[in-house]
Design a protein around this ligand. Sequence first.
Ligand SMILES: C[S@@+](CC[C@H](N)C(=O)[O-])C[C@H]1O[C@@H](n2cnc3c(N)ncnc32)[C@H](O)[C@@H]1O
Length: 303
Amino acid sequence: MKSATQIIISSESFYLSKILYLKTLKPKINIHETAFVTASFRMGDVALSKDSYAYLWSERIIEAHAKSYSKAVSSYEPYAHCLRNRYFYDTINKLMAQNNIEVLINFGCGFSMYPYLLDNSLHYIEIDKADVVIHKKEMTSKWEKEGKLPARNISYLEADFNLVSQDELFEQIMALKNGKKSFILLEGVLFFLGKDDTKKLFELFGKLQEPDEYLGSVSFLPQLEKQLVFKKLIDYVEENLEKNERFQYQTVPNEFYINLKGYELIDHQDTLSLSAHYDPKRHLPKEEVLNEHMYLLKKTSIQ
Ligand SMILES: C[S@@+](CC[C@H](N)C(=O)[O-])C[C@H]1O[C@@H](n2cnc3c(N)ncnc32)[C@H](O)[C@@H]1O
């Protein structure tokens, strides 16, 4: 089995990573490696997250990154990620039971395991950078063969949301979607994208979806930028993450979703409201929580 580090320090980035490693004795985390960290967080409370397969991605190096990140930024991050997974798990399950979804299209899917946690009858389209998709496809098909995962109908697409044109991705998804009712998911991704790429991505969603289809998105509010916990996140990212030139530490105002053309905002939650719902007895010190916002939108008109 390839380790996370083998995947990350691959091909063209190999020499750069090696130089960095020799210089600092501390290799930086690549953007796609953050997906291992969020998987590790979901392992923290499986009863809450419902991600009973996150453990499959666990490795010592990942656990070390997850621990150092939680220590440096917020000890509530594992809990927040369990809540986020649970919210979309419950939301998608509910919409599916009402016959509102036939395909889940996960943009920046990382190592989230919705295809294995949700119903067999759904078609799943998993989209991420090539490193993630190649590794995920290889490992999940191995685990399916070994009986560690149930068989599922999954299509994998390699994509870079920083590309100038998303026309090819549009064609690929349309061929797979084939008129099915979709739920598009974008979680844990917008922080890593710039404004222009975000605009292009939401335009793509608008072109892919028909009225009454659903879109779930996750982002931080600009107000969070003033809080110490966000500053800690930036410091951690500056020190530990291998960033690209598009990286802008993106936050997104509520108005972006409220005014999104062709969509209606039908639910809006954040880490604090989800905690009050799923674990009402738990006290959360607001100032220490990297409060993420979850938006559920429904397509209203053809663009
Ligand atoms: C923090 S992880 C979140 C993964 C998953 N959605 C989850 O919640 O566990 C961020 C994901 O976004 C993907 N990503 C970031 N920038 C991207 C880009 N420009 N194109 C494609 N994927 C990107 C990364 O590869 C990574 O898998």
